[in-house]
Design a protein around this ligand. Structure first.
Ligand code: GLV
Ligand code: MG
Length: 320
């Protein structure tokens, strides 16, 4: 995880056809906001939504959210015009394109090539705009390593549970809940772990998809906690009330953050010449080593990116 890690604990979906909802989203504390041209926009409204999205992105009034647009997938007739219009008009105000229903690397490569041309034609920095591929079907999951490495623009791998469940004929209509009759374990575990492993192997973020029962915040929280516990970086939110819960669930707990910072300081001191140059050292009752440092680095990076402040300082044994 690099020092430029930008948190995506909460990823707010906003219909690109709704000026009102876009205006409201501008001031919301989601880490990422994506303006949707795909499934939240009816076919007849798609063309007008492109202009709405491009206009809105170029305006003032946004916070420091990561700004993303979801285009339609490459099997439709809309993708190229979505990208040309939105990036051509508002490319400088956009951080990434969310690409749905990616079955293999070719869909990411096609978007990469198109983005590169539009960036060149408009005097934009080539390669700055990222790509967030959505894994939404069996074939996409099978090709996930090739998708993750298809372009240096890939920044995340995003689970699309609704489309995914439809693609594998999973017997439920309630996104995020277990299928009826599956009474043991988590029916999503394999999918989630495959996405997470690919994300970690290729150093991109792993993002969980939506939870559709938007009035049930406790159920949202439970769903978010499961993927946060596995190691996912964030989750989609469909309603402003889910933002705070996602930001909290995907931030380290204060105690874990404090402990991580303590481990980093203690390890640095004890492995230095002044601290004795040791490899494995005691911190309280716990033995810490290089692997402990790596785990602590992850929690520390996420906590710092989320603006957390530590409550306890490491006191060097030789101090005073
Ligand atoms: C999101 O796009 C989903 O299909 O769940
Ligand atoms: Mg989908």
């Amino acid at each position: 995880m690099s020092s430029v890690y930008r948190p995506r604990r909460s990823v707010l979906a906003v219909p690109g056809s709704s000026r009102k909802m876009i205006d409201k989203a501008k001031g919301l504390p989601a880490d990422e906001i994506f303006l949707d041209l795909e499934d939240a926009v009816a076919p007849l409204a798609k063309q007008e939504a492109r202009a709405t999205v491009a206009d809105a992105l170029a305006e003032d009034g946004w916070g420091d959210q990561i700004k993303v647009v979801r285009v339609n997938d490459w099997t439709t007739e809309w993708t190229y015009a979505d990208v040309v219009e939105v990036v051509g008009r508002a490319g400088a105000d956009l951080d990434a394109i969310l690409l749905p229903k990616v079955p293999d690397a070719s869909h990411v490569q096609a978007l990469d090539l198109l983005l590169t041309q539009i960036e060149k034609a408009n005097g934009l920095e080539v390669g700055r705009i990222g790509i967030e591929p959505q894994i939404e079907n069996a074939i996409g999951l099978t090709n996930i390593d090739a998708i993750a490495t298809a372009s240096p623009r890939v920044q995340t791998l995003v689970f699309g549970p609704a489309d995914f469940m439809a693609s594998i004929n999973m017997r439920t209509l309630v996104v995020g809940e277990q299928p009826d009759g599956y009474d043991r374990g988590d029916a999503y575990h394999h999918i989630l772990m495959t996405i997470l492993l690919a994300a970690r192997a290729h150093r991109v973020q792993a993002i969980d998809g939506p939870y559709l029962q938007i009035r049930d915040i406790e159920a949202f929280r439970r769903s978010a906690q499961r993927t946060a516990a596995l190691g996912f970086d964030g989750k989609w939110v469909l309603h402003p009330t889910q933002i705070e819960a996602a930001n909290e669930v995907f931030s380290p707990r204060q105690g874990d953050y404090d402990r991580a910072e303590l481990i980093l300081d203690a390890y640095e001191f004890h492995t230095s010449a002044a601290g004795g140059g040791r490899g494995a050292v005691m911190l309280g009752d716990e033995m810490i080593d290089e692997a402990s440092r790596k785990m602590a680095l992850v929690i520390s990076a996420k906590g710092r990116a989320a603006g957390m402040k530590r409550n306890t300082d490491f006191v060097r044994p030789d101090a005073g």
